[in-house]
Write a protein that binds this ligand. Structure first.
Ligand code: CA
Length: 231
């Protein structure tokens, strides 16, 4: 497998250096940007597999960066945020972030999150390489697993990598409730103790795109995809 490329966007030199150095030591090919415009430019020239993105940046902020790069190509994004602010996180997920780390964080934790995002990239590549071109088709909802594309009522909707993984997994067994722990393990690759709130936030974002009634909530348990008519 070729060396994975990671774009680190952080204007604070101490944090940016520490993150970039550690990821380099882990064997990744790391490039650095220090502001919003620089991040978008470097994204197109270096084609990273994962982006580690600070929220507060000069130029324009990390949310705007995320919005712009996701429009170019879906890519897993790990956001770095200064505070554990629910509103911040909801905005981030809305523009296509996959995961969050609140400063200060442990470098070991950052490496684990990046590795989890890369495992998802690998799974997607394996699926594409295996020639699995299966299309799941229900009234008003179509999912092309090979091309990783989704249509609602014949209009294509653009899902982030995480949203697509979530939908693909839910669509393996429509109508069946999958627990948040199971979704977390499968989609995020996290074991016990993962943040089930992460699942809730991404389901919320997915619902906004494919229709709220398509994902049924079983409170305190998990979620199921509903594919019947009249959705
Ligand atoms: Ca900053």
């Amino acid at each position: 497998m070729s060396t994975r490329r990671i774009l680190v966007v952080e204007d604070e030199p101490t944090i940016g250096d520490a993150v970039a150095d550690r990821l380099s030591v882990e064997g990744y090919d790391v490039s650095r940007a220090w502001d919003g415009p620089g991040a978008v430019e470097l994204f197109t020239t270096t084609e990273p597999d994962v982006v580690v993105l600070d929220v507060m940046l000069p130029g324009f902020d990390g949310h705007e960066v995320c919005r712009r790069i996701q429009a170019v190509r879906p890519v897993p994004v790990l956001m770095l945020t200064a505070r554990d602010d629910e509103a911040d996180i909801v905005v981030g997920l809305g523009v296509g972030a996959d995961d969050y780390l609140t400063k200060p964080f442990r470098m070991r934790e950052l490496v684990a999150r990046v590795a989890a995002l890369l495992r998802r990239v690998e799974r997607a590549e394996e699926l594409a390489a295996s020639g699995d071109d299966s299309v799941r088709d229900w009234p008003g909802l179509r999912i092309d697993l090979g091309a990783r594309r989704t249509w609602v009522d014949d209009a294509e909707v653009h899902l982030t990598p995480t949203e697509f993984e979530l939908l693909a997994y839910l669509s393996e067994s429509p109508g069946t409730v999958l627990t948040r722990e199971r979704l977390l393990a499968r989609v995020w690759g996290w074991g016990e103790g993962g943040a089930t709130r992460t699942v809730d936030s991404h389901v919320k974002a997915l619902r906004a795109k494919i229709g709220a009634s398509r994902v049924r909530t079983v409170h305190g348990v998990g979620y199921a995809l509903e594919v019947g008519r009249d959705r």
